[in-house]
Design a protein around this ligand. Structure first.
Ligand SMILES: NC(=O)CCC(=O)C(=O)O
Length: 266
């Protein structure tokens, strides 16, 4: 299957509504692929904390409307990145949305690990509790969002649930770009799975974004990597490559579960 990662520029000169319409048009240009992927919180910006409450939307809000239509108009699976979701009880979540080629929302994943320590997302948003996978006809994908990339246990759980690839929308800062690339490759190698890591670019809320979206294969090789401009990365994905990697180097079968807790020498 062919997948396109759309590295979107998030800059303050463009309004949320204009960006929503522009991104929907960009998705419509991708009719020759099977899957399109967008970054984390591209409507508002992952670090635009002061705008989260104002731009929060219900699951069936304006981004859903625009993305469901873009998916069905284009006839693609669409991982529409994430939105600031306002749940019925008023709590905000960083929620990723996935659409079928018919424009149906097939799943929504609320980011489990919130970024910011004692500020920002970590204080403004609720934490998701449910890991999600999506079985596309050609490949089963596990969902994670940005800071989740630092938590290997989530990816192992998704692998155990059948994931052959991971989609990681992000708003990753430029100053930690080295971690972004390293962690994407690490998650691919340790789970012998594709990693489709799609970040924003530009600068919003004073935070320069890394760009450098990348696709890593199940052996840890980088198949494609963006620069810092807005751009589209198109790659070929093959479930047989996941199976072959796991058969030829069967490290996942050598896991030892349920070992004793460490013993301290002091
Ligand atoms: N939006 C995020 O989750 C940012 C994560 C980040 O900056 C980091 O892990 O470093």
């Amino acid at each position: 299957m062919r997948a396109s990662l759309m590295q979107i520029a998030v800059n303050p000169e463009e309004s949320v509504d204009s960006r929503r319409q522009r991104v929907a048009s960009l998705v419509r240009e991708q009719s020759d692929v099977d899957l399109v992927i967008l970054p984390e919180l591209w409507p508002v910006g992952a670090f635009s904390y002061q705008a989260f409450a104002e731009e929060a939307e219900p699951l069936d809000g304006p981004t859903h409307e625009a993305m469901a239509k873009a998916a069905s108009d284009t006839g693609v699976w669409l991982h529409a990145g994430s939105i600031v979701e306002r749940a019925a009880d008023g709590v905000l979540y960083n929620t990723s949305l996935v659409y079928s080629p018919a424009g149906e929302r097939v799943t929504a994943y609320r980011k489990i690990h919130r970024f910011g320590f004692d500020q920002g997302e970590a204080t403004l948003m609720g934490a998701g509790t449910t890991p999600r996978t999506v079985a596309l006809p050609e490949l089963t994908l596990g969902l994670a969002t940005c800071y989740d990339l630092r938590f290997p246990e989530l990816f192992r759980q998704l692998t155990d649930a059948g994931a052959q690839g991971f989609v990681v929308p992000a708003g990753w800062p430029a100053r930690r770009r080295g971690h972004w690339t390293l962690l994407a490759r690490a998650r691919a190698v340790e789970n012998q799975a594709y990693v489709l890591a799609c970040s924003t670019t530009g600068t919003h809320a004073g935070v320069e974004q890394a760009g450098h979206s990348l696709v890593v294969d199940p052996w840890g090789e980088v198949l494609a990597e963006a620069g810092t401009a807005e751009e589209v990365l198109t790659v070929e994905l093959d479930a047989a490559k996941v199976t072959a990697t796991r058969e030829q180097f069967p490290a996942l079968k050598d896991r030892v579960l349920g070992v004793e807790p460490p013993r301290s020498a002091s």
